[in-house]
Design a protein around this ligand. Structure first.
Ligand SMILES: Nc1ncnc2c1ncn2[C@@H]1O[C@H](COP(=O)(O)OP(=O)(O)OP(=O)(O)O)[C@@H](O)[C@H]1O
Ligand SMILES: [Mg+2]
Length: 243
C-alpha cells in the first residue's frame, strides 16, 4: 500500500533522511518513531509530495508519487504536524471542498457522524479562523476521513487533542485498519504506539535503526518481556548516539 524505497532527503549539505526503506501494508498501523529531528516529518512530507525526495522513491497503492502524482495523491489522506485550516471556510465547507477535490461528494453522507465523533458538529458553521488548536487538529482528521483514501499518514495527530478526541481518533484509525487501509502515524507517545501499532519503524538522525513488531524488537535486543517500548526506544537511540 505504502512503499518507501531507499528514500534520501537532503536540505543543502544537511541529510535529513538517508536511504530509508519501509512499507505499510493493507490492514496495518505502523508507528514512525524517533527523537526530535530524526526525520519523521521529512519522511511524511515526502510521502505527501510536499517535499521532493533527493533520491529513492515512494509508491502509494503502486503509484509513484513523482511519476504519477495525481493517482498517488488520490490514494492518500494526510494530516500535517501543524494543521492550517482555510480561515474563511467553515468546518462543513472544508469537508465539502475535500469531497469535491477527490470527486467523492457521496461520502458527505458521513460528515455528520465524523464531525459528531470529533465534537465538531456544533461547530460546523464556524470559520476555520475561529477554531482552537485542538479543533484545527480534529478538522484536519475529519478531512482525512471524509474521502475514501487507501493510505493514511498522520504526523503527531494526538498532540493537542483532549482525552475524548484521542480515544475517538484512535478508534477511527482502528476502524480504517479493519477496512484494509494502511496507516502510518508519527508519534512520541510510546505507550500509545505500543498499544495501537502493529509494527514500529524507528529513526535516529535520518537513518532507520530498527523496525518490526514491539515483541520481535524485544526479543532481538534480548530485553525482558516486561521492558516497554519506551525502554527499547531509549536503548536503541542511545546506542546510536554513542556510536
Ligand atoms: N526545510 C528544511 N530546511 C532545512 N532543514 C530542515 C528542513 N526541514 C527539516 N530540516 C532538518 O531535517 C531534520 C529532520 O527534521 P524533521 O522535521 O523531519 O524531524 P522530526 O523527526 O519530525 O522531529 P520532531 O520530533 O521534532 O517533529 C532536522 O535536523 C531538521 O532541522
Ligand atoms: Mg516532526
Amino acid at each position: 500500500m505504502l512503499q518507501v524505497l531507499n528514500l534520501t532527503k537532503r536540505f543543502g549539505s544537511m541529510t535529513a533522511v538517508e536511504d530509508l526503506s519501509f512499507t505499510v501494508e493493507s490492514g496495518e498501523i505502523v508507528g514512525l518513531l524517533g527523537p526530535n529531528g530524526a526525520g519523521k516529518t521529512t519522511t511524511i512530507r515526502c510521502v505527501a509530495s510536499l517535499l521532493q525526495p533527493t533520491s529513492g522513491c515512494i509508491l502509494l497503492s503502486g503509484n509513484d508519487v513523482t511519476e504519477d502524482p495525481v493517482a498517488a495523491k488520490r490514494a492518500l489522506a494526510f494530516v500535517p504536524e501543524v494543521p492550517n485550516p482555510y480561515e474563511m471556510l467553515t468546518v462543513m465547507e472544508h469537508l465539502r471542498f475535500i469531497a469535491a477535490a477527490y470527486r467523492m461528494e457521496e461520502e458527505l453522507v458521513h460528515a455528520e457522524e465524523i464531525l459528531t465523533r470529533l465534537d465538531l458538529w456544533d461547530k460546523r458553521n464556524d470559520l476555520g479562523a475561529s477554531l482552537s488548536k485542538g479543533m484545527r487538529q480534529k478538522l484536519a482528521c475529519a478531512c482525512a476521513f471524509i474521502h475514501r483514501a487507501q493510505v493514511f499518514c498522520f504526523d503527531e495527530p494526538l498532540i493537542g487533542l483532549d482525552p475524548k478526541g484521542m480515544r475517538e481518533l484512535k478508534s477511527m484509525m482502528l476502524e480504517r485498519r479493519s477496512h484494509g487501509n494502511a496507516i502510518l502515524i508519527s508519534t512520541h507517545m510510546l505507550d500509545t504506539a505500543e498499544r495501537l501499532c502493529d509494527r514500529v519503524v524507528i529513526l535516529n538522525k535520518g537513518r532507520l535503526i530498527a523496525q518490526g513488531t514491539v515483541g520481535a524488537l524485544k526479543e532481538k535486543l534480548s530485553s525482558s518481556n516486561e521492558s516497554s517500548l519506551e525502554d527499547l526506544f531509549l536503548q536503541l537511540t542511545e546506542d546510536v548516539s554513542d556510536a
